[in-house]
Design a protein around this ligand. Structure first.
Ligand code: ME8
Length: 539
């Protein structure tokens, strides 16, 4: 095996989701995007690790558990199973599944916080704030001012209260964070993507103060501050460390060292853009943890922060608003159109950039018919039908022996995938190879030529070229629509691609997109339409 380098090792993560409730489209979306990217890297042959999971120690989890008369752990178990189940059904290829209540995670977080206490970057202090006694919570200064220092819930005066707390010395890392951002910008690979989100973060970093990282009164739900059982580590600090706890062992540490790609949405950018790298810098100063902030991390770690799925009326889909597509609604789409159609739609029409996307059922059908049924699905049927009719279902040979490589398409696809421009990769490039098959058929008219048996060698050349171009396109499309590509491969004698990729195995994209691998004489099965056209009922 080759030596791991940041170039051929890839680590991709999603946020770990709160288990106060079941998953919804927003969670499925981020995990799906990470899955497409992870599959692409495995297809290239990269040593890839894809991590997703759940965040359990939040107060809203124990509150919800109490409402249901369950222990926080029992409630977390139930919802963690729902997340795992949904991701499993959607064939996400995560290599592990984080649970923050696992022994592994708790043990490591305790070790990290102990080291930070020792180095002094976590210290004991006093938190002073406006306390709402009825709600048993602090109200931030700006909120308190808005309500004239009265409880927003019961109107009683808020009281100024001081409480023992542990703090993370974020203010000591302001200069290092700014230098890190600068360094990455100069190297042309910004830490925060898309670039447009960076400025607001940099301005906020300049003002950063130390942050409280513990709380009391969690009723034992959470990880205790080492040496102080009364205090629990704040859920966000516990959660951010997941990216490290699950790869902090001899077999997996090289993934961390290659620099993670963290997918998140804009709601949680501050934690990932400022607190997370500062925690890494602080930990790396502690004995035995230098590797946490090594070269590969400094050069390659990045946070990709996408926008929101919103409802038709433009509101963010969320658990609290209850306006999300829940697992049952997601299942309906999968039953009606197939899993690949959902994957394709989310990956190409989702809010990956800086604008929100509305989930519209009409657009879903339109995209399904235009992008999948009428292109890849239709071309695959046409070509295999003609091979069936004129060559008895046996792959013809190219009599001209011409080579029709697609270097432009393939390079552009690779560049787009590396830049996480999924839309450009698939619609701009991979589908271009499919489109070229359609226009080539229109130009050469094999169905007309075939009327004269003397033309069969020429028809054979045309159909060979078509089938081979579709095979190459299917390799590029696999991260997006894996099931249909695998079905297509098994029909054209390339079932071994699927075998090789099974169980998160690695492919060989460069070799697989080379022209001329389809073997004349191979039986080509017609099979059913890969994406049958969806008839919209007339109103
Ligand atoms: O924030 N559109 O968990 P969470 C797009 N536990 N993506 C959405 C979305 C929407 N409408 N709604 C949610 C937490 N998401 C913490 C994270 S990480 C160390 C701790 C996705 O359950 C998106 O990825 O609230 C967002 O960042 C995440 O779910 C928030 O999930």
């Amino acid at each position: 095996m080759s030596t791991p380098t940041p170039e051929n090792t890839f680590y991709v993560t999603t946020p770990i989701y709160y288990v106060n409730d079941k998953p919804h489209l927003g969670h499925v979306y981020t995990t799906m995007v990470a899955d497409v990217v992870a599959r692409y890297h495995r297809l290239r042959g990269d040593d890839t690790f894809f991590l997703t999971g759940v965040d359990e120690h939040a107060a809203k989890v124990s509150d919800k558990a109490a409402e249901h008369g369950l222990s926080p752990q029992a409630w977390a178990d139930q919802n963690a199973a729902a997340f795992r189940g949904t991701f499993g059904k959607l064939e996400m290829t995560n290599d592990d599944f984080v649970r923050t209540s696992s022994d592994r995670h708790k043990r490591k977080v305790t070790e990290y916080v102990s080291a930070l206490l020792k180095s002094g970057d976590v210290y004991e202090g006093e938190y002073v704030g406006w306390y709402d006694a009825g709600q048993e919570e602090y109200v931030p200064e700006n909120k308190a001012k808005e309500t004239d220092y009265k409880s927003p819930v019961n109107g009683k005066p808020l009281v100024k209260k001081a409480e023992k707390n542990y703090f993370f010395r974020l203010s000591a890392y302001v200069d290092d964070l700014l230098a890190f951002y600068e360094h990455r910008d100069q190297a042309g690979k910004g830490y925060v993507q898309p670039e447009a989100r960076k400025n607001e973060i940099v301005n906020r970093i300049k003002e950063a103060k130390d942050v409280p990282i513990s709380r009391t009164g969690s009723g034992g739900w959470g990880i205790p501050v080492p040496g102080d059982e009364e205090q629990t580590i704040y859920v966000w600090i516990d959660a951010l460390f997941n990216y490290l706890t699950y790869v902090d062992d001899d077999d997996r540490r090289h993934y961390w060292e290659s620099g993670a790609t963290h997918f998140i949405a804009k709601d949680i950018l501050w934690f990932h853009a400022a607190i997370w790298p500062a925690l890494q810098m602080a930990l790396a100063k502690c004995e035995g943890y230098e590797w946490v902030w090594g070269e590969g991390v400094q050069q390659s770690q990045l946070v990709y922060s996408h926008s929101y799925w919103v409802s038709d009326s433009g509101e963010k889909m969320s658990k609290t608003l209850g306006n999300f597509l829940d697992p049952a609604a997601i299942d309906n789409y999968v039953d009606e159109f197939g899993l690949d159609a959902l994957r394709y739609f989310l990956a190409t029409r989702g809010p990956l950039g800086t604008t929100d996307s509305a989930f519209s059922p009409d657009l879903f059908v339109e995209v399904y018919n235009n992008d999948l049924a009428n292109t890849f699905g239709n071309s695959a049927s046409r070509v295999s039908n003609m091979i069936g009719r004129y060559f008895d279902g046996s792959c013809p040979a190219s009599s001209s022996g011409e080579t029709r490589e697609f270097p432009g398409v393939i390079n552009a696809y690779q560049t787009s995938m590396q830049a996480i421009s999924l839309w450009a990769a698939v619609i701009g490039h991979a589908m271009e190879a499919v489109g070229s098959v359609d226009s080539y058929i229109e130009q050469t008219q094999p169905f007309k030529l075939a009327k004269d048996p003397a033309n069969l060698p020429e028809v054979g050349t045309i159909l060979y070229n078509c089938a081979e171009a579709l095979r190459i396109a299917s390799v590029l499309l696999w991260p997006f629509i894996p099931d249909k590509c695998e079905a297509f491969w098994s029909r054209i004698g390339f079932g071994h691609y699927a075998e090789q990729l099974k169980g998160n195995g690695r492919g060989d994209l460069e070799a697989w997109v080379k022209w001329g691998q389809l073997k004349p004489g191979t039986p080509i099965e017609k099979g059913e339409a890969l994406f049958p056209r969806y008839q919209v009922e007339k109103k």
